[in-house]
Design a protein. Sequence first.
Length: 317
Amino acid sequence: MKANMLSRVADGMFWLNRYMERTDGMLLTLNTSYILSFDKETDDCQGYKPLLKYYTDLTHDQINEVQYDTNFVLKYIICDSLNHNSVKNLVVKARENARGSQDKITKELWEHINSLYHFMNSPDLPKKLETSDALKIVNKLNKDLLLYNGILQVTMPRGLGWSFSSIGKLIERCLQTISMTQAYYSPINYNLDGNEDVMYWRRLLLSLSGYELYLKSYSNIKHNRKVVQHVIFNYDFAHSVIFTLDLIDKYLDCLVKDNEQSEARTLYYQFGRLKSNVVYTDYQHLTNKQLEEMLETTKTQLTQFSVDFSKLFFSYT
C-alpha cells in the first residue's frame, strides 16, 4: 500500500511539471507568433502553423485554413475546452495532479497553481481575447509561468519528488525543442548549407527562449548549421536537446542507482543509448538527411522512453 501511494505521488509530480512545461512552451510560442504577426514587413510563410501542428489535433487542412487567423488561434490555444491541449485544460490537469501531491508540494506552489486555475476559468476570458486586452492576457500568462518556475525552484525540496517532476519537465522541453526545430527545417528540406537569414530563424529561437543567446554567440555566419548547433548541441543553452538529455540522465541516475529491479537498469541503458546518439553526432559534418533522421529518431526514442519510464515507476498494481 505504501509503494502504491508513492507511485501515485510520483506520477502526480511527474505530470504536474510536464503539463506546466507544455503550457509554458506553448504560451511562449504563441506569444512569439502573436507579436511578430503585427510586423507586416516580415515575410511570414507559416503563421501559427508550427504552434498548431505540435500542440493541437487539428488536421492538416484545418491548420492551413486557420494558420493566419489570430482571433481563432488565441481562443483555441488559450481557453477552448474542446482542445485538450489548451492552456485552460492543461492548467486543470496540472491542478488535479497538484491536488493529489499536495503533501509533497509547497503551499506557495499550490496557491499559485490554484490562482492560475481560477484565472483560466474566468467566464469573461474568451470575450477579452477578442479585444485589445488580448496582448495583456498573453503577457500575464507568460509571466505566470515564469513565476511558477521561480516558485518551483526556490521552494521545492530536492528529493525523489523533485527528480520525478524534473524528468517530466525535461522530457516535455526536449520534445518541444525537437518538434519546433523540425517545423522550421522541414520547409527548407533540412538544408544545412542554405542562406536563410537570421530573420527566418528568429521565430524558432524566440519560441525556445534562445534568440538573445544566439545573437551573442554567433555573428556574420551562415545560420542554417549554426542554429542546429545552438538548439541541439549547445550545453550552455537550457532548451537545447543535449542540455535537457544531460539533466534527465542525472535525475534518472538518482532514481535507479539504488533500484535493484532489472527493468530499472534496462531503462537506464535504454536512455544511455538515446543520449549517446546525440552526444556522438558530429554536427560540423552533419548532412541534411542525417539531421532529419537524427531529430525524428531522437523524438521517437524519447517518446518511447517516457512510456517505459511511466510503466516502471507509476504502475499501481
